[in-house]
Design a protein around this ligand. Structure first.
Ligand code: ZN
Length: 229
């Protein structure tokens, strides 16, 4: 029997077996309502769904938006609402989930998947470093930083953007030995040339997928920027 209990204060999602509810010192969190196998999608992020996010230039996604925005495209931030499960995903230094396939789109959606097997009731976590490009700390382009409360043995304590990770940590996302692959958004990896070079040399097949995802993200960013003016 699972000891997983659902709080009376909870938010369910029609299309995903995940639930948001009060977690711990970090406030609310997102939890698995079923077991998931490594690589299995937990939920999808539809970049065109205006009920789930509104789109801003990266340098405008501060203030109220700051804690719930992710720069999914180059210089283009998505400020999520509670309608989108990603809104509730807390950071962990040994995260069990995240975006896969370099953040490439399937039918306009990014897949947020389990990195390893997840038990029913387990909190779903992502490594915020894999979601954070350079200059995401202020409207002026300062580096982003956050103190970590994950309590894991591998905790880095001070969490920073992907470009500031040690190369060994960058390779955990870019050069994983087993699926799912592409655990960092392509345009964020692109800011770390050494990790890109290592990917190109060690895994040419995955490197080509990364390049295709990057081109897609650059084209989409141009589309959104033109609409934002
Ligand atoms: Zn930590």
């Amino acid at each position: 029997m699972s000891s997983f209990t659902v709080s009376t204060l909870a938010r369910r999602y029609a299309k995903s077996a995940v639930i948001a509810q009060p977690a711990d010192v970090r406030g609310w969190g997102l939890f698995a309502e079923a077991a998931f196998a490594a690589g299995e999608p937990l939920f999808w992020v539809d970049i065109h769904n205006r009920a789930h996010s509104h789109v801003l230039h990266q340098h405008e996604a501060f203030g109220e938006c700051d804690p719930r925005s992710v720069t999914l495209l180059p210089q283009v931030a998505f400020c999520f609402t509670a309608e989108q499960p990603l809104y509730y995903v807390n950071h962990a230094c040994d995260a069990n989930s995240g975006f896969i396939n370099w953040g490439s789109l399937e039918d306009g959606k990014l897949c947020f998947a389990a990195f390893r097997d997840i038990a029913r009731g387990e909190q779903i976590t992502a490594d915020y470093s894999a979601l954070t490009p350079k200059g995401d700390g202020s409207p002026h382009g300062d580096a982003w930083q956050m103190s970590c409360l994950c309590g894991q043995a591998v905790c880095r304590h001070l969490i920073e953007g992907f470009d500031r990770l040690a190369i060994g940590d960058q390779k955990r996302f870019a050069l994983t030995e087993s699926p799912p692959y592409g655990r960092v958004i392509a345009h964020i990896l692109a800011e770390s040339p050494r990790a890109v070079e290592d990917l190109c040399l060690a895994a040419p097949h995955h490197f080509r997928h990364y390049q295709a995802a990057l081109a897609e993200q650059q084209a989409l960013a141009a589309y959104f920027k033109a609409r934002l003016g």
